[in-house]
Design a protein around this ligand. Structure first.
Ligand code: NAG
Ligand code: NAG
Length: 604
């Protein structure tokens, strides 16, 4: 049949469809095959499977102004693809496209709710090509990153995007309709989903791991019995290889035991020196547990980290993490965060990280700096808040930059908050003016935490301020959220990687419970969670946490409290240099933001 159809089409052209006795689908199949073979690969740089069953794959590439997508969906009906504010349909910028009679169609739409998206007033997607091949529909289209139609199209930024998708095995019946609602599509039913993707993620530098100079090392848990509780931090020490000369760590990659993709939530690798503590290769202990060797707490400097959703990290070509010299770690402490909300028991885990390292050292030694807010229960977030910001500063950097005698270059960032976190950003401020961001995600997703390459690198000079802000949403909570390690508690952290290396590893501010308590008329409280009240006398049998939980919270009250905390003093907390810790310091004011041209959009 295949050989016949193109011939028939050649002979009788379009009338063939009507005149021929061959089933219409078969004739269309021939046309599809023809179009398919002429379709070029498109040089796509990124790809993701949107559907766990692999029925909807997305390829894409971008330049400074546009992004080109190619959607492959297992249907011969219509396909839908959209950018959602939160993963749901409402407020989403959607395209719906299909192929009919060998011709591709696309419509630019907007979803006002959980019903068929209507046509945008302006059609701003450019259809490049499309075909069906008997099982799949493939559509290639291009759009602007920064849309002209700001009312109905969403801007694509480096933030995490909630990509929504759907398909249905029927094309629109009235596919030529250009009325207000456009061609009518049938409900997609269960053929739909959402996936968080950093569309504009820089691709990692290429590294040939087959190269004979590249050595590998696997740092994994030793068949750890994961406790049947929601949050476990498991600590284990592992010896690094003894090297006769300097090497560079150039890539890390997660090794996740199959089936443990959501159990293994994150891993942090801390550096330790021999002599600080003998490594104990017995499978490890719960971190902070009384049985954990006290000395393990000496392993405080972070070397690298991985978190759920991350693919690993490849250092840029001119940087590596130094191994094998006297200044380098002899062994590491791996901290595994197991997230086990269903409290499954009997699960054993051997996940970990694979290190790629090489004696071919690069130009610069990488350092890691952890900035933000100290993860302590004095970090208080009120319940029922649509949006609540916490701010952390890095006060300890200048002496190190002075000693170094040159600025540092930040090349990567990994923002980190927990379930209530909706945005994390670090502002670089010079002379009171916002310069740029040292990592930023305005639509943070706890389930997708990647080390992100900063391109261009961000140069931090003596006198600069690094201000890390986290935004939380607690409308689903009735009790206060406090800072801490479990995923129901919160963090506000940005792990940044930079060169040349300095000794500072942690640069936090710690919030002061007494400063915050004055908002509720409490003038003296103890430092230990849940913060017993000592004054005024009528509250002595309560704690600060009780009082916060009883407070009549509204969005306005949350905002007043946010301002109260932002205007008070905070304490600095730095590692390894604890000399200046716990001093109360005034918070720098918000930076001024230079005029950008955001009002007029170039090219519109
Ligand atoms: C049809 O297209 C899909 C998606 O690109 C592809 O996976 C599949 O192999 C193709 N089938 C044929 C018969 O070419
Ligand atoms: C606090 O509790 C103690 C012991 O229960 C009681 O004697 C005291 O009156 C209480 N104080 C206040 C202010 O409620």
């Amino acid at each position: 049949m295949r050989g016949v159809c193109p011939l028939l089409l050649l002979l009788c052209g379009s009338t063939c469809l009507l005149a021929s006795a061959i089933p219409k689908e078969e004739i269309l199949g021939a046309v599809r095959d023809f179009q398919h073979s002429s379709h070029d690969a498109g040089d796509f740089t990124h790809q993701a499977s949107l559907d766990v069953l692999g029925r909807f794959n997305l390829l894409w590439k971008f330049d400074s102004e546009t992004i080109t997508f190619e959607a492959h969906a297992q249907t011969t009906g219509y396909i839908g693809l959209g950018l959602s504010p939160n993963g749901g349909m409402e407020g989403s910028d959607v395209i719906i496209g299909w192929v009919k009679d060998g011709q591709a169609f696309i419509t630019d739409r907007f979803a006002e709710g959980y019903f068929e998206p209507r046509l945008d007033a302006h059609q701003d997607v450019e259809l490049l090509s499309g075909y069906e091949n008997g099982t799949h529909t493939v559509l290639r289209f291009r759009r602007r990153l920064r849309p002209c139609d700001t009312a109905e199209d969403r801007e694509i930024t480096e933030d995490t995007q909630r990509v929504i998708w759907s398909f249905n095995d029927h094309d629109p019946v009235d596919h030529g309709n250009v009325g207000q609602n456009g061609p009518h599509v049938l409900y997609h039913g269960r053929n739909r989903g959402t996936k968080s993707i950093i569309l504009l993620q820089k691709n990692p530098p290429s590294l040939d791991v087959q190269d004979s100079s590249i050595l590998t090392l696997e740092l994994t848990s030793a068949n750890v019995l994961v406790p049947a509780k929601e949050t476990t931090y498991w600590c284990n020490t592992l010896r690094l290889p003894t090297l006769d000369r300097k090497h560079h760590l150039v890539k890390i990659e997660p090794i996740i035991q199959p089936g443990h993709e959501s159990l293994v939530h994150h891993m942090v690798v801390y550096q330790c020196k021999l002599g600080q503590v003998p490594p104990m290769l017995d499978g490890g202990h719960e971190c902070q547990h009384p049985n954990m060797p006290e000395e393990w707490n000496n392993c405080k400097s972070i070397m690298t980290a991985w978190a759920i959703g991350g693919k690993g990290f490849t250092y840029p070509d001119h940087v590596g993490f130094s191994l094998g010299t006297d200044d380098d770690p002899d062994y590491v402490m791996m901290e595994m965060h197991y997230d086990n909300p269903k409290r499954i028991s009997g699960e054993r885990d051997s996940s970990g990280l694979r290190f790629y390292y090489t004696p071919n050292v690069r130009q610069y030694d990488a350092g890691v700096l952890d900035i933000g807010v100290s993860s302590h229960p004095a970090h208080v977030i009120p319940p029922g808040a649509e949006s609540f910001d916490t701010t952390g500063f890095c006060f300890g950097l200048d002496p190190y930059l002075q000693e170094l005698g040159q600025p540092i270059h930040v090349f990567a960032s990994m923002p980190h908050a927990h379930l209530a976190g909706t945005a994390v950003r670090t502002k670089l401020v010079r002379n009171g003016v916002l310069q740029s961001y040292v990592g930023r995600d305005e639509t943070y997703d706890f389930d997708l935490q990647e080390i992100r390459l900063l391109d261009p690198e961000v140069v931090v000079k003596e006198g600069d301020q690094l201000i890390t802000e986290c935004t939380y949403k607690t409308t689903d909570r009735t009790q206060v959220t406090v800072g801490g390690l479990s995923s129901r508690e919160e963090m506000c952290i940005n792990f940044i990687q930079y060169y040349p290396r300095i000794k500072l590893s942690t640069c936090y501010t710690a919030l002061d419970i007494n400063q915050q308590a004055t908002f509720f008329g409490i003038y003296y409280a103890g430092w230990e969670y849940p913060f017993p009240i000592y004054y005024p006398a009528n509250l002595v049998n309560q704690t600060v946490i009780d009082v916060i939980n009883q407070h009549p919270w509204t969005n306005e009250e949350a905002e007043r409290f946010e301002q109260h905390v932002r205007n008070g003093q905070v304490m600095s907390y730095n590692l390894p240099d604890e000399a200046n810790d716990y001093q109360l310091i005034d918070q720098p004011a918000d930076p001024t933001v230079p005029d950008d041209n955001s009002v007029s959009i170039p090219g519109c």
